[in-house]
Design a binder for this molecule. Structure first.
Ligand code: PEP
Ligand code: MG
Length: 325
């Protein structure tokens, strides 16, 4: 199989019925970057910036952050990189950030909530991103956006910092795209204006599933109980796909399940055109997509949903076996 994946490395992920899916990789450390070449990923769909913060005992200086972002962009050699702003709290605790004890950390003070309440940290990171980009295209996204207003507030900070850099005579990105992670069900019901204005939306399936099913992603007792191929979850993904399509907004999926071939096929069949996954999954997912007709997969999903199936796993597994995917 490894040889097959290597032979596909420079080929696009196009299904038998001609649908092109962009396969990206998730990263968070400089050491992940060589995988961009070797995996055949088309870019970094999720760069987890918090890792640099987690491995240290103090906030990295602006110059250190900027140096890392610059090296990441150098290593990507023009392929797109989506930098996710600091996603801390819950399972990712910074020893040097004072925080109260929380009864439910997953539902607590985390991600963009911290960034909006302690704006200096986010501003410093944005300045670092702008300096690291040094005039190159820049993509930024915010984690755990639950309300449109949170996205707009964070986006305004980015736009203000761009103006500050410009006023200081420093280079600003040749292209700037600012997106939101959809990780709470509430954001799927945000006003149309949010979907129109966001430059892109990325489903963080790990968190979205946790909140959709009210099942802690860290808790072994419930973690595996609910499935990405659950009918209710796929109906929800369908709603998000439709809202993005109506607004003309690019949608990607960057939770772990985007890297599992059957789940990836289901997501692509539902209309998600960009999947971001760990590098080792790019080959297996690409080979599955190239062997499949997504319109067939979609028909299987629609028929099973219409019959009231609780999960799509059986129907899709049967279809994949018969279709030789
Ligand atoms: C997610 O929640 O799906 C995600 C991609 O982010 P993380 O796993 O870092 O929370
Ligand atoms: Mg998440």
């Amino acid at each position: 199989a490894q040889e097959l994946y290597e032979s596909l490395r420079d080929k696009p992920a196009v299904s038998l019925d001609g649908r092109r899916i962009a396969l990206m990789m998730n990263a968070g450390l400089m050491t992940d970057l060589p995988s961009l070449e070797s995996s055949g990923a088309e870019g970094v769909g999720l760069y987890r910036t918090e890792l640099q913060f987690l491995i240290r005992s103090t906030v990295p200086r602006r110059s250190e952050q900027a140096a890392l972002y610059s090296r990441v962009l150098d290593a990507a050699r023009g392929k797109p990189v989506v930098f996710r702003t600091l996603d801390i709290g819950s399972d990712k605790v910074l020893p040097y950030l004072q925080r109260p004890e929380e009864p439910n950390p997953a539902l607590g003070w985390r991600a963009i909530r911290i960034s909006l309440d302690r704006p200096m940290i986010l501003r410093m990171q944005i300045q670092s991103l702008l300096r690291g980009a040094r005039g190159r295209p820049l993509r930024v996204m915010f984690p755990l956006v639950a309300q449109a207003a949170e996205y707009f507030a964070a986006r305004d900070m980015v736009l203000e910092e761009v103006e500050n850099e410009r006023a200081r005579g420093r280079p600003v990105p040749s292209e700037l795209r600012i997106g939101a992670m959809l990780e709470t069900p509430s954001l799927a019901f945000a006003p149309d204006a949010f979907f129109r204005e966001a430059d892109f939306i990325s489903i963080g399936g790990n968190d979205l599933k946790q909140f959709f099913f009210a099942a802690d992603r860290e808790n072994e007792l419930v973690r595996r109980r609910y499935d990405t191929l659950d009918a209710a979850y796929l109906r929800f993904v369908d709603l998000i796909v439709r809202r993005c399509a109506e607004a003309g907004t690019e949608l990607s999926y960057c939770g772990e399940d985007a890297g599992r071939p059957l789940e990836a096929l289901a997501l692509a069949a539902m209309g998600v055109r960009v999947l971001s996954m760990r590098p080792a999954s790019v080959g297996p997912v690409k080979s599955a997509i190239r062997a499949a007709r997504l319109d067939e997969a979609r028909a299987v999903i629609d028929a099973a949903l219409a019959e009231g199936a609780a999960t799509l796993r059986e129907a899709l597994t049967r279809w994949a076996a018969e279709a030789g995917v």
